[in-house]
Design a protein around this ligand. Structure first.
Ligand SMILES: [Fe+2]
Length: 142
């Protein structure tokens, strides 16, 4: 469908229900922002004004859920993982700030960056920690 940027696919699943549910929600939010991009420049601006903060808040909430899980299971690569989260948050906060203060901001590029980052982060970094945790916890529900 043309008005959807990315569709959830089971290949994105990391195998931990809580995290997969949150990742689905992130993808939904990315699609919601993308829809706003299809409405023309003026409408896209007011749409972003209303929805972008909720997306940033959810990203932060999700990262802290992941980090708590990694801490709990003493994941060895946690520092590296946290750094990736932190630099992503910094980058999107800069973009959002540019947008909110009327500086140069391209909604479509922002949404595509969001999508690409999230999917590539899930594919490597998140799958790595999930595999570690699932191995530690063989057979038990997390
Ligand atoms: Fe992550």
């Amino acid at each position: 469908m043309d008005d959807i940027l990315v569709e959830w696919d089971d290949k994105y699943a990391v195998g931990i229900d809580l995290i997969d549910t949150q990742h689905r929600h992130l993808i939904d939010m990315t699609n919601t922002l993308y829809k706003g991009c299809l409405t023309g420049e003026e409408a896209a601006r007011s749409y972003f004004m209303e929805t972008i903060q909720a997306t940033v808040d959810y990203v932060k909430y999700h990262f802290s859920a992941e980090e708590k899980l990694m801490e709990h299971f003493k994941y060895p690569d946690i520092v590296n993982h946290k750094n990736q989260h932190a630099s992503f948050v910094m980058k999107i906060l800069e973009d959002v700030n540019s947008f909110q203060t009327g500086k140069k901001f391209v909604p479509n590029a922002f949404v595509r960056y969001l999508k690409d980052w999230i999917l590539s982060h899930i594919a490597v970094m998140d799958k790595n920690y999930a595999e570690y945790i699932l191995n530690q916890h063989k057979g038990k529900k997390i």
